[in-house]
Design a protein around this ligand. Structure first.
Ligand code: PGA
Length: 241
């Protein structure tokens, strides 16, 4: 079931998302799953501004990232750990021990995946904030991914690597080919899911997610099975809905 909110601007999309995240923060020890990428940065800025202005406390929040490049250390400037720290975790002063990102350099990556799932079982996600790829990926579940998978090692599609190149000085060669990602089954275990999208290039993926049949061709269509998904989009992204 999708609750769809169409907004007039990126800022309005971020504000709607902000209200939903703030609701979740009323819980005593909220657990959040949080996407990287350009889309949620406006939301993250609003959360940081609120934290600075109003002292909203994040000491009891647990924050899970959705993925990490295989072979890339957390301290690397291109890691998802660095992205999440710079864009959110540090600004909200979430205690480091409450922030979870898969370790891309773990000696046994399969074991790392299983350990991440164990943490997600221990701290079930109250709210998951997702972006969507132009090819319909959510986290790094690319088209063709089995919906039953939990955290696993995935290959990035060429389309996704090209999209990520913007973070690597536009040098495609530098973009890693493999990634540890939460699987669709891990994502669907969240109590509530928020999907954010802006820009016309997301319109087809959103259409397939909501109006298409459930299919591995569009990983986001797996969300059709979840009882509590709110989709907040700008008009251009939502033009086919
Ligand atoms: P973006 O990425 O927010 O940078 O567009 C979305 C995604 O790939 O999930």
């Amino acid at each position: 079931m999708f609750n769809i909110i169409v907004t007039e601007s990126y800022d309005a999309m971020s504000s709607e998302a902000y209200k939903i995240v703030k609701e979740t923060l009323k819980k005593e020890s909220p657990v959040l799953g949080l996407a990287a990428g350009n889309t949620p940065v406006g939301l993250y800025k609003k959360l940081i501004a609120d934290h600075n202005a109003n002292g909203t406390n994040y000491e009891n929040v647990k924050a899970f990232a959705l993925q990490e490049y295989l072979g890339v250390p957390g301290e690397d400037e291109h890691s998802f750990r660095t992205f999440m720290e710079e864009n959110l975790y540090e600004g909200l002063r979430i205690p480091r021990e409450n922030t979870f990102v898969p370790d891309g350099t773990a000696e046994d990556a399969e074991f790392e995946c299983a350990g991440y799932d164990a943490k997600l079982r221990k701290y079930p996600l109250d709210l998951l904030v997702l972006g969507i790829g132009t090819n319909g990926h959510i986290a790094y579940n690319e088209p063709g991914t089995d919906f039953e998978l939990h955290t696993h090692i995935a290959e990035l599609s060429e389309e996704s690597r090209a999209a990520e190149a913007k973070y690597f000085d536009d040098d495609l060669e530098l973009v890693p080919k493999r990634i540890i990602t939460m699987g669709i089954a891990s994502l669907l275990s969240a109590g509530k899911i928020l999907v954010l999208a802006n820009g016309e290039d997301k319109a087809d993926a959103l259409y397939d997610m909501i109006k298409g049949s459930k299919s591995e061709d569009c990983p986001a269509s797996a969300l059709q099975d979840h009882p509590n998904v709110t989709v907040i989009v700008t008009q251009d992204a939502g033009k086919r809905l």
